[in-house]
Design a protein around this ligand. Structure first.
Ligand SMILES: [Zn+2]
Length: 343
C-alpha cells in the first residue's frame, strides 16, 4: 500500500513538474498557452507619427498620406484626394482630356510636395486643403451641391479622369515635377525664371490658345482713385514721387514675351508687375495702365501667375483633339508622362 501511495505521489509530482520544466525551456509560451510572436525588427515606437506609404506603390488607392483639413490631420488615399482637388481646381464642364491633364498635374504636384517634405506651414501633414499653400479642395457633398442637376454627369466624369490616369505623373529625369498651373494666360505661358527668378527647364514659355471667346472675365478692369493709388504706393515705396497728374507717374513697362509686366517705373521707383498685382488685387501681371485725371485704370488679361499649364488653354487644346499626354508635354517642356513609382 505504501508503495502504491509513493508511486501515486511521484506521478502527481511529475504531472505538476513537467509543465513547469516545459515552460522554463520555452520562455515565449505565455500562461494562457498562446505563443508570442517575435518582435518586428523595425517596430516604430508607439507614439511615432505614421509615415507616408509612398515607397513601393504607384497606384492611387495604395498611396496614402497625411492631409491637414479644417477638421485636423487625417490619412487619405490619393484617389480620394484627387477627386476633391480636381473638383475644386477645374470646372467639371471642361473636356475630359483637360480634366485628365488636370488630374495628372494635381497628382504630380502633390507627389512633388510630399517627396520634398512637409511645408513649414504644417510640419505635421504632407499636404493641406488651403489653395494658397497646397491645392484647392472640396468635398464630394459640396461639389455635388454646386453642380446642381449636372451632378451625376460631373461626378462620373471626374471619377473617370482619376481612374483613367491612375498612378500617372509628369516626370522630368524620372522624377515627379513641380507641376504648377494657372487659370488662363495672355497668349503664352510665362517662364519660371521670369516670374520667380529660378530657371526650371520644364517651366518655360509656350503658346497658349485661350482667348476672350472661351474664358469668362478674360479681360478685367480695376479702377483706383488717384488718391488711393498714391497712398497705397507710398506705404510700400515712400520715395516714390506721386505729385501732379497721374498721367505723369508711370514709365513704359518692361514686358516679358508673354505680355506680362516685369517692372515699371512708378513715381521714379522701379516696381515689379507682381508687386502691383498683389497691391491692387489684379488677376494677373498682363496689364496696361491708363491714367486719367483722378483715376488709375488697370486693364488686365488672363488670371493667375502664368507659369506651367493653363487650365483654359488645356481645355482649348482638348477641344481641338489633343489628348492629356500631348497637352501636358506641351505645357511642361521636356517631360514624359508615366507611372511615378516605376522610376
Ligand atoms: Zn499646405
Amino acid at each position: 500500500m505504501r508503495r502504491f501511495f509513493a508511486a501515486a505521489f511521484l506521478l502527481l509530482l511529475l504531472l505538476f513538474l513537467l509543465p513547469l520544466l516545459f515552460l522554463s525551456s520555452n520562455p515565449r509560451v505565455t500562461s494562457d498557452g498562446s505563443k508570442q510572436s517575435d518582435p518586428p525588427t523595425a517596430t516604430l515606437p508607439a507614439d511615432a507619427s505614421p509615415s507616408p506609404t509612398l515607397a513601393a506603390h504607384s497606384d492611387d488607392a495604395s498611396t496614402q498620406f497625411r492631409l491637414l483639413t479644417d477638421d485636423g490631420v487625417c490619412t487619405i488615399s490619393m484617389d480620394k484626394y484627387l477627386f476633391r482637388v480636381v473638383a475644386a481646381e477645374m470646372p467639371a464642364s471642361f473636356q475630359l482630356e483637360a480634366l485628365k491633364a488636370q488630374t495628372i498635374a494635381a497628382r504630380t504636384y502633390a507627389l512633388y510636395k510630399i517627396q520634398n517634405g512637409p511645408s513649414k506651414n504644417h510640419p505635421e501633414a504632407d499636404l493641406c486643403t488651403d489653395s494658397s499653400c497646397c491645392s484647392a479642395y472640396i468635398t464630394e457633398a459640396e461639389a455635388q451641391k454646386n453642380w446642381g442637376d449636372k451632378q451625376a454627369e460631373y461626378l462620373k466624369k471626374i471619377q473617370q479622369a482619376v481612374s483613367e490616369t491612375d498612378g500617372q505623373a509628369i516626370l522630368y529625369k524620372g522624377k515627379p515635377i513641380n507641376a504648377v498651373f494657372h487659370s488662363s494666360s495672355s497668349g503664352a505661358t510665362e517662364s519660371a525664371a521670369l516670374v520667380w527668378g529660378a530657371n526650371v527647364p520644364y517651366l518655360s514659355s509656350v503658346a497658349s490658345p485661350e482667348n476672350g471667346d472661351t474664358v469668362p472675365n478674360y479681360q478685367s478692369v480695376v479702377e483706383i482713385s488717384a488718391e488711393s493709388f498714391r497712398s497705397t504706393i507710398l506705404k510700400e515705396y515712400p520715395d516714390a514721387k506721386l505729385s501732379g497728374s497721374p498721367d505723369q507717374w508711370f514709365g513704359t513697362p518692361k514686358r516679358s514675351g508673354a505680355s506680362k509686366v516685369l517692372n515699371i517705373s512708378v513715381g521714379g521707383i522701379t516696381v515689379t508687375g507682381r508687386a502691383l498685382r498683389s497691391l491692387f488685387g489684379l488677376r494677373s501681371t498682363a496689364f496696361s495702365i491708363a491714367a486719367k485725371e483722378n483715376t488709375v485704370v488697370f486693364s488686365v488679361t488672363g488670371y493667375g501667375h502664368g507659369v506651367g499649364m493653363s487650365q483654359y488653354g488645356a481645355n482649348a487644346y482638348a477641344a481641338s483633339g489633343w489628348n492629356c499626354q500631348k497637352i501636358l508635354t506641351w505645357y511642361y517642356h521636356g517631360t514624359v508622362i508615366g507611372s511615378w513609382g516605376a522610376s
